[in-house]
Ligand binder design. Sequence first.
Ligand SMILES: Nc1ncnc2c1ncn2[C@@H]1O[C@H](COP(=O)(O)OP(=O)(O)OP(=O)(O)O)[C@@H](O)[C@H]1O
Ligand SMILES: [Mg+2]
Length: 295
Amino acid sequence: MDQANRLRDIVKQRDSQLGLGKEPITARVITVTSGKGGVGKSNLTLNLAIQLRKLDKRVVIIDADLGLANIEVLTGIIPRYNFGDVVNAKMSLTAALTEGPMGIKFLSGGAGLTALANLNERQIATVINSFGKLDEISDIILIDTGAGISRNVINYVKASSETILLVTPEPTSIADAYAIMKAARKESDVIPILKIVVNLVNHYMEGIDIFERLNKVAEQFLSIQLQRLGIIPTDSCMVRAVKRQEPLATCFPTSEAMKSIENISLRLLNMEPKYNLNYTGITSFMNRLVSNFRA
Ligand SMILES: Nc1ncnc2c1ncn2[C@@H]1O[C@H](COP(=O)(O)OP(=O)(O)OP(=O)(O)O)[C@@H](O)[C@H]1O
Ligand SMILES: [Mg+2]
């Protein structure tokens, strides 16, 4: 039996033990990724989590970036435990969670997550069972991944039923996003649901244009229909929030970038976006001009 089949058996066994055979109540798992690094994944994940929390959703972030522990850096909160402690069966996954801002929780993944590949069957069963607990305590699980088409990142995209793919107007970002879509499409039995967020745009139409271009090639060459989840402007408030190690959602809740993230949270819940955003108008220009001077 290959590893994938063994995993499926373990999950089935767990579901039947929990009486979840028919209609399991499960959390939505959404992977946040990008082709190119440094395009705003961790900031989007964190602020989206807070926004979803404000909409009464219970949210857990899994920080799956193997490099810098992003969520820790952005919140200034140092977790006591990480995923490695769960793998070593020292503690349950829920006990390893860290309380983040505004009632969100996060799990520091670190190198523990790649170690999944090298676990024996008993350890895998322990880990999967402990993850099962997350279904009970959360509605939405956001996974903040590293960038790039590494095996590691593609594994997350393949495993989750929803993926948010971030792009920016930079040509390399678009090309790298396409590479991710291609890899995900090639390796998946089902057509992946990819929700696109264009970040760091100067005006709204720039974001629309990038989405349309990406969607066209995705349809033409990969038969994937992309969903446009949101467009986030370049906003100096974001830079200031990062410097302060405080989420944008708490220090600049009415900033332009935060309004876009609020719209994204509503769209994810199939609700009407609250703001009619168009970054071309003079008010929006003045907003950005003033905040740029104050940055
Ligand atoms: N909308 C925005 N406006 C202005 N600056 C932004 C915006 N989004 C992100 N940034 C800047 O980009 C930097 C990188 O953001 P972030 O750490 O979220 O990216 P990432 O994709 O998670 O990076 P990595 O691939 O290294 O994990 C931030 O520190 C911030 O300065
Ligand atoms: Mg990051």
